[in-house]
Design a protein around this ligand. Structure first.
Ligand code: UD1
Length: 340
């Protein structure tokens, strides 16, 4: 047991990671600039776990502020989730994406080194695989991300590989997330996207709760059984548990090691809409529109390595992902902005 620094711990995935890490018996310190996170999320993780979680409202790129946060705690390992994450935004503002995401990684590595912390788990993404040669995708697949956001993930991975190769004190795990959805079953923490959601599940749930009109299905002429794209959706609680498993495995990692986190099973957009409609108890209105540029027909994880090396596997099915996401959305129709 030790103290774990979680950057981006006030965000959707970060808050669930904090909860899992606290439940595993660690102390948790959060660093988050709250651009896309909420202090309420951190408070609620404290309520749910009974842990006292300190939030430093700090931008990870601010090296002096990060040093001060690390000075205040005896940190054993870090989980790095902070960063910008919208594909569309990254295509419109590539410089900002490179600036924020790459500088955050550089700043964090330096601060951790100065404080003698050499254990790191990084929030990477299946987006690094771009359009894969085949599915399921193993970690050995070539990385060829097709947008600036994905390239910032790939570059951060490269940075971590190089740093770990140069200094054997480092143990770094790269977690390549597939499509995280759902929420903690309490309904107290969940996804609260700023502005219009980019991703399927939050958009669908905002339609279901009456915040938005019809959901658009982006294309039904893909080479898949029902013509809509297939993704590997995984429950955010399983994903968060994967971080604890990665922390536990770090000592056995020589250098830097990537692990896919997914279920290994793919569902189409229409299958997700069907499962969500059953969880909600009525059909979610949707119409078919044109393809979204940059989407690939099918992304599914090969999860063998995570199972073998982390002893981790996703346990929650699509019905649970939808039911839990819906509970959060119903109890918090406007996210953290009301009823906080
Ligand atoms: C997206 C990002 C990916 C990022 C991930 C984080 C793109 C191209 N990729 O993955 O880099 O790591 O989110 O979770 O944005 N869909 C609809 N209607 C909608 C929204 C989505 O039909 O309103 C479809 C998409 O076409 C896709 C599927 O739903 O086929 C999943 O989309 P989304 O949730 O955005 O995830 P990804 O695109 O897989």
């Amino acid at each position: 047991m030790g103290t774990i620094l979680v950057t981006g711990g006030a965000g959707y995935i970060g808050s669930h990671v904090c909860l899992a890490v606290a439940e595993a018996g660690h102390d948790v310190v959060v660093v988050d600039n709250l651009v896309n996170g909420s202090a309420t999320a951190v408070e609620r993780v404290g309520e749910l776990t009974g842990a006292s979680i300190e939030l430093h409202v700090v931008d990870v790129t601010d090296r002096a502020a990060l040093d001060r946060a690390l000075d205040a705690h005896d940190v054993d390992a870090a989980i790095h989730l902070a960063g910008l994450k919208s594909v569309g935004e990254s295509m419109a503002e590539p410089l900002r994406y490179y600036d924020v995401n790459i500088n955050a990684a550089i700043s964090l590595i330096g601060a951790l080194e100065r404080h003698g912390v050499f254990r790191l788990v990084f929030s990477s993404s299946a987006t690094v695989y771009g359009e894969p040669d085949g599915v399921p995708i193993p970690e050995t697949a070539r990385r060829r991300s097709i947008n600036p956001y994905g390239r910032t993930k790939q570059l951060q991975e490269d940075l971590f590989f190089d740093v770990a190769a140069a200094d054997p004190r480092w143990h770094i795990g790269l977690l390549r997330y597939f499509n995280p959805v759902g929420a903690h079953p309490s309904g107290r923490i969940g996804e609260d996207p700023a502005g219009t959601p980019n991703n399927l599940m939050p958009y669908l749930m905002q339609v279901a709760v009456g915040r938005r009109d019809d959901l658009t299905v982006f294309g039904d002429d893909y080479p898949t059984p029902d013509g809509t794209c297939i993704r590997d959706y995984l429950h955010v609680v399983d994903l968060a548990d994967g971080h604890v498993a990665a922390l536990d495995a770090l000592d056995d990692v020589a250098g830097c090691r990537p692990w896919n986190l997914g279920t290994g099973e793919g569902y189409s957009v229409l299958e997700v809409i069907g499962a969500a409609s059953r969880a909600i108890g009525r059909p979610v209105p949707h119409e078919v529109g044109p393809r979204r540029p940059g989407d690939v027909p099918e992304l599914v994880a090969d999860v063998t390595r995570a199972q073998n090396e982390l002893g981790w596997r996703a346990e929650r099915d699509l019905a649970a992902m939808c039911a839990d996401h819906w509970r959060w959305q119903q109890q918090n129709p406007d996210g953290y902005r009301v009823g906080a």
